[in-house]
Write a protein that binds this ligand. Sequence first.
Ligand code: IPE
Ligand code: IPE
Ligand code: MG
Length: 258
Amino acid sequence: MFNKIKLWKNQNNSTSLREKIEEIKKLPIPEHVAIIMDGNGRWAKKRALPRIAGHHEGMKVVRKTTRLANNLGIKTLTLYAFSTENWKRPKNEVEFIMKLPEEFLGTFLPELIEENVQVKMMGYKDQLPLHTLHAIEKAMEETKNNTGLVLNFALNYGSRAEIVDAVKQVLMDCKNGILKESDVDESVFSSYLMTSSLNDPDLLIRTSGEIRLSNFMLWQLAYSEFWFTEVLWPDFNEEHLLEAIQVFQNRQRRFGGI
Ligand code: IPE
Ligand code: IPE
Ligand code: MG
């Protein structure tokens, strides 16, 4: 568990937050939480700052969110950090975002190791700058035997491409006799996706008021609970995550049943 002191510091309302956490822990916690971290640019614009300032601030929120997720006993936290469509952005913005994993892991990796967090990544590695890829691969390597929270970054991730690639691989394996067409079912197909080692998200959070998926985990979110907030990602805090989980705990999941 993360050191509680670390979690509570800078919190004026630490007592109420701690109480809320204990309250929430009495009910089932979503095992896999996925977050579309949106609104960095608008956060910066509101402050007359360049968009990159919003991305930098957003990185700090990733730390806080990871700490709390681990503390709550969430098993997997998937964070949408960069989509396959985000390359359309100005070069300087993309370059800045691609430097963030190094900065984030450069300072946070020792704590992740200490706290038994396992870092993973899903997305297309080939187009990533080498410095970005190396930072992530180093973190993945150094945390691969950890058994606590899985911190899964969706970086250069796009769900449609993921599905098309899975279809191609299934066809290829059928052609090569590795797989029989009659054996292809939902579970086999899932094993061809980038999330093959993970359960589907129980809860999806999107910040910034946009009510859309933006090509995120289209297959995996089929029966997830969705929680949207107007809060911009750099303003997202522990209270918001706890609120989302509380709402989740009061939802009735039916999976098509009654
Ligand atoms: C999310 O914030 C971060 C990335 C997509 C990389 P945005 O940069 O999309 O922020 P807005 O939506 O423009 O405010
Ligand atoms: C989705 O946000 C991608 C990430 C948060 C990484 P976008 O800001 O790219 O989504 P759209 O363009 O508003 O749909
Ligand atoms: Mg956005």
